[in-house]
Design a protein around this ligand. Sequence first.
Ligand SMILES: Nc1ncnc2c1ncn2[C@@H]1O[C@H](COP(=O)(O)OP(=O)(O)OP(=O)(O)O)[C@@H](O)[C@H]1O
Ligand SMILES: O=C(O)C1=C[C@@H](O)[C@@H](O)[C@H](O)C1
Ligand SMILES: [Mg+2]
Length: 179
Amino acid sequence: MTENIDISSHDKHIVFIGFMGAGKTTIGQLVAKKLHRDFIDIDHEIERIHQMPVSAIFQELGEASFRKMERELIVALCSETRSKILSLGGGAYMQEEVRKACLANCIVFFIDVSWDSWKERIPLLIDTRPILQNKTLDQIEELFLSRQSTYAMSHYTISSSDMDAETAANQIVESLKQA
Ligand SMILES: Nc1ncnc2c1ncn2[C@@H]1O[C@H](COP(=O)(O)OP(=O)(O)OP(=O)(O)O)[C@@H](O)[C@H]1O
Ligand SMILES: O=C(O)C1=C[C@@H](O)[C@@H](O)[C@H](O)C1
Ligand SMILES: [Mg+2]
């Protein structure tokens, strides 16, 4: 685990960012259970609010509408006082307004995964992630690499490449206790 910048408060929301399939939802749920905090997965919350799967929102309303929904939801949640665990969708942090709200109000964990490890997870992701549709592997790798420097604007980085979700969650909880 790498600490990227100083963090001052224990009462902040905890936010997980990173590429599709890095493990944000899986690890976020585990951390929430361990810390007895409310857990919100932004993709799932958007699906619940709009009663549509993310893939249908992309198809029927367009990506720009989805990005607006996720931006407004994240910014609103960041200003709530009861601290929560939030797992963002893979593209949410690309929006400046989302980054600013998260960095100001939350402890942000970048769940990193190597490209080689990520490729092994493709079968788990391909049907439900519209961003992966109609792209070659090279195009997906380009997208993966282009997002890395933005994800790095976070408080902590943890690699999920060689670690199962339970171990990653335990490390995160430990690092929060020590902070
Ligand atoms: N550390 C891990 N090692 C191996 N597989 C993992 C790990 N973490 C998650 N997975 C698996 O990868 C798949 C995607 O995980 P998850 O849904 O948590 O990713 P995500 O980061 O939330 O993706 P998205 O941005 O699309 O929401 C799941 O099937 C999950 O079981
Ligand atoms: O990486 C992305 O742009 C996305 C990731 C998913 O979590 C969803 O938010 C959606 O499929 C878009
Ligand atoms: Mg997720």
